[in-house]
Design a protein around this ligand. Structure first.
Ligand SMILES: NC(=O)c1ccc[n+]([C@@H]2O[C@H](COP(=O)([O-])OP(=O)(O)OC[C@H]3O[C@@H](n4cnc5c(N)ncnc54)[C@H](O)[C@@H]3O)[C@@H](O)[C@H]2O)c1
Length: 327
């Protein structure tokens, strides 16, 4: 296959991001786009010389596509992914993969039995400072990892059909798992609806199979509309890393001062930082199809994040740590 022919499902904020990213991705071509909002579909289609649809199922049936990217509200991820996979298409699906393990399993099974690629868009694996942190960890600069932490204050991602865990904490659960290089063993959490009808404030302690542990705290306060903050630390036997994920990365080695390793502007919607992040991600999806290998974040990896969130909520209900895997 010379070029992977892609259809964009959902032309909102992230659908436009996917289209931008594919437009920078060699060996891919945006053929069609779909959104139930006709105006949105037409606008995105005209920008990338693609064909607009108001129904993604019609797009999948009529167009000669190889793959779709799914940027629909989260409760629709499983249904749309399964529909595309059953029509023989590779799927690049936004986070959170789905809201239940049954849905995740269905997506994984449909992809595996057809030898199609299912990649979950855990985009923090592609943000520059998160990648630099991973490189520093993997190359031993901070020694063996002891613990990791993330604290985030953010809006409630109601528009996506998600609570604060599914919508936002899912990013940092994934990042911390990736940095730790190990699977989670137990989850002890508290999660509640304090200022909305959604889970809006939550924190958890995770333990990993390799002996590391992590704390993840995610908060919303009334009036916070999304411009909050996020900060992560990784503590090792030889040093410490600190980052806000987008603009600053610090390293402190044992016995030394904390140094700013990297400082960068966060940029705008189509600024170099976002273009680079998202086109690295779409490039990985396209390369994995062309090379006939698994993508870096297959369905099984997306599922692990959902399992942790479900365990977090269960732990909050019972007041006890929950051991993985969930039954
Ligand atoms: N990876 C990231 O950094 C990141 C960032 C933002 C959003 N997201 C994820 O992307 C998803 C979408 O978020 P968004 O911010 O783009 O939302 P959005 O509201 O901007 O866009 C969603 C689009 O889906 C369309 N839509 C809804 N139901 C549809 C249907 N049945 N058929 C066709 N179109 C339909 C809507 O009209 C809308 O244009 C969410 O799951 C969210 O978690 C990920």
């Amino acid at each position: 296959m010379e070029k992977v022919k892609v259809g964009i499902v959902g032309c909102g904020y992230i659908g436009r991001t996917h289209a931008m990213a594919f437009s920078y991705t060699p060996k891919s071509e945006i053929v069609a786009v779909a959104d139930k909002d006709e105006q949105r579909a037409k606008e995105l289609a005209s920008r990338y010389k693609a064909k607009p649809y108001t129904d993604y199922k019609t797009m999948i049936e009529k167009e000669d596509l190889d793959a779709v990217s799914i940027g629909l509200p989260s409760p629709l991820h499983a249904e749309a992914s399964v529909y595309a996979l059953r029509h023989g298409l590779h799927v690049f699906c936004e986070k959170p993969m789905a809201h239940t393990l049954e849905e995740c399993d269905m997506m994984i099974e449909e992809a595996r039995k057809r030898s199609l690629n299912l990649m979950i868009a855990q985009s923090h694996r592609y943000w520059q400072l998160d990648r630099e942190a991973k490189w520093i960890i993997d190359n031993g600069f901070i020694g063996e990892i002891i613990s990791l932490s993330n604290i985030t204050m953010t809006g409630i991602p109601e528009r996506w059909g998600d609570d604060i865990l599914m919508g936002t904490a899912v990013h940092f659960i994934d990042t911390i798992r990736w940095w730790a290089g190990s699977d989670v063993e137990t989850v002890y959490g508290k999660a509640g609806s304090y200022v909305s009808r959604w889970i809006d404030n939550a924190s958890a302690i995770l333990t990993f199979k390799n002996g590391a542990f992590a704390s993840i705290e995610i908060y919303n306060t009334p009036g916070n509309r999304g411009q909050g903050f996020m900060r992560s630390h990784v503590f090792g036997t030889e040093g410490m890393l600190e980052t806000d994920h987008y603009t600053e990365l610090y390293l402190q080695r044992k016995g030394e001062q904390k140094v700013l390793l990297h400082s960068m502007g966060s940029g705008g919607f189509e600024g170099p930082n976002r273009v680079k992040t998202f086109s690295l991600e779409t490039k990985e999806f396209i390369d994995s199809i062309i090379e006939g290998r698994d993508p870096a974040v297959p369905g099984e990896e997306g599922r692990k994040n959902i399992e942790i969130i479900l365990a977090w909520v269960e732990s909050s209900k019972t007041g006890k740590p929950v051991k993985l895997p969930l039954k």
